[in-house]
Design a protein. Structure first.
Length: 495
């Protein structure tokens, strides 16, 4: 604890964002470049080094937050990087993409703004790359064992890196043409530029991890053949089976899933396409779903030049402060948050009829209406009460040339045949069943991440990858020194 009075003398200050008018004209990250380092040491000083650091419990990775806060406050960046990487393979990802449940669990947050843990984490990770504190760590010797990891999202990459460093020969199979999963084609560049992903992949290649792109296991490679070829298989395919909206008019053209829309915009940024076939340019856009994926669609549509963008959230607008009776500290509260995309929509007035920024709260879609050619032109909605029941005489119609469904995901996509070819047992909610050691009903086959846990946060995905790696290492060798931060049954803190 470098400054015992830091939390009393230093106000919370976050990484400043670039002006809205500037950043919506490009796809770069929304933050002011290099504006974090000048403020971060004083922000780390605000950490109280609590006797019981609840931020540890709030983060499934078990990040050693007070330790690296203290080291940053002393500007010992190498030691801070060592402590950060001891629990997290990809802190530059989580520092940009995680909603920071650790900050909700910060003891200071009981009666003050929390420590900017997420910003400190990002600063350490970026400084580590600048100073060369994150070199490849190839194993000293190989075990002779082989592992196939199916899926290259944060769970698959974390598992692959841990197993490679333990000495196993690991191949990662990805159905897309580039590695990264949703981080590649689901997350827009304004939230995380792809150079951060490329840098980690180069590190993993140098350590010995092998990558197989444009390969759909179950279709291009029979699942049974893969099981025979490798000593162990890790299923980290994610929860890509999107939820539908079965209302009248759903079959009209111009209504798409968010994960049909976002990858095309990302491919434009990658240089694969000149213009997205689903571009929002000049269109009235309505996004159905109030979560992070919907916000990603919002920021993307704004940058593409939409005529208007409105986001529908079925839940009532939350308050600005935590409701201690319903969501007491240190649980992660549902409060009104203004993401970069919502800030942009608010300032640019993309949805003049919205309740706040671009969002209509407590709104439920009743039906879509189209023109004579079968293309969607409007969306009819109604306000709902706390039980999601329609409120009488609250119906309204929004213009809609492009509708994006961002309603979440129910489990792994089964169209490729992987699940059925292996004969995997599934949970009633659509996820892959596993035991307390991450093992499925098929010997040597393990399941981790959203495919087994269900849709969750990136910190849980990485924690699953690290934990399943320890389980696979133990299966292959009889014991393991790899860390296992969570069990398959662990869940976020809740009342």
């Amino acid at each position: 604890m470098a400054d015992p009075k830091g939390f009393m003398t230093t106000p919370r200050q976050e990484w400043p964002r670039r002006p809205v008018e500037e950043r919506v004209r490009d796809w770069d990250e929304v933050y002011v470049p290099r504006a974090l380092l000048p403020i971060i040491s004083k922000q780390a000083d605000r950490c109280m080094d609590c006797g019981i650091p609840f931020c540890h419990d709030a983060c499934p990775l078990g990040n050693l937050i007070p330790e690296w806060n203290d080291l940053v406050s002393r500007e010992d960046w190498r030691a801070a990087s060592d402590r950060l990487h001891a629990t997290n393979n990809f802190p530059e990802f989580t520092g940009r993409l995680c909603p920071a449940p650790c900050e909700a669990g910060c003891v200071l947050a009981i009666n003050q703004p929390a420590v900017t843990i997420k910003n400190v984490e990002c600063a350490i990770a970026d400084r580590a790359w600048e100073e060369g504190f994150a070199p490849p760590r190839p194993p000293e010797r190989l075990s002779g064992k082989t592992v196939a990891v199916i899926g290259s999202g944060p769970t698959g990459l974390a598992a692959a890196q841990q197993l490679t460093r333990a000495g196993h020969t690991v191949a990662v199979y990805e159905r897309d043409d580039r590695i990264g999963g949703l981080m590649r084609y689901g997350i827009p560049g304004f939230k995380m530029e792809k150079r951060h992903l490329e840098r980690r992949l180069e590190q993993m290649r140098a350590e010995g991890t092998r990558f197989r792109t444009s390969t759909t296991v179950g279709r291009d490679v029979p699942a049974a053949d893969l099981r025979v070829r490798y000593d162990a298989v890790v299923l980290a395919t994610g929860a890509t089976a999107w939820r539908e909206l079965p209302v009248p008019g759903r079959a009209l053209t111009g209504i798409h899933q968010a994960m049909e829309y976002l990858p095309l915009a990302n491919r434009v940024c990658e240089g694969d396409l000149e213009v997205s076939p689903l571009s929002a340019a000049g269109k009235h856009v309505v996004i159905v779903g109030g979560g992070d994926t919907g916000a990603d669609c919002l920021g993307t549509a704004v940058r593409e030049g939409a005529a208007s963008v409105t986001q529908l959230d079925i839940y009532a607008q939350p308050g600005a402060e935590r409701d201690e009776d319903i969501e007491p500290w240190p649980t992660y509260p549902k409060v009104y948050r203004l993401s970069a995309a919502h800030e942009e929509a608010r300032d640019l007035r993309t949805a003049p009829a919205a309740d706040a920024d671009a969002r209509l709260f407590a709104a439920s879609t009743l039906r879509f209406l189209g023109d004579d050619s079968g293309h969607v032109r409007s969306l009819h909605l109604v306000e709902v009460d706390e039980r999601r029941q329609p409120v009488q005489d609250t119906g309204r119609t929004l213009p809609a040339d492009l509708v994006l469904l961002a309603l979440g995901f129910s489990g792994p996509d089964r169209e490729d045949g992987l699940v059925d070819q292996l004969g995997l047992v599934m949970e009633p909610r659509g996820t892959i069943a596993r035991d307390d050691g991450f093992a499925t009903n098929v010997a040597g086959v393990f399941a981790a991440g959203d495919a087994a846990r269900g849709q969750s946060l990136i910190v849980w995905a990485i924690a699953e990858g690290r934990a399943v790696a320890a389980a696979v290492d133990r299966y292959l060798t009889g014991s393991s020194r790899l860390p296992a931060p969570i069990s398959p049954y662990d869940r976020p803190m809740a009342v």
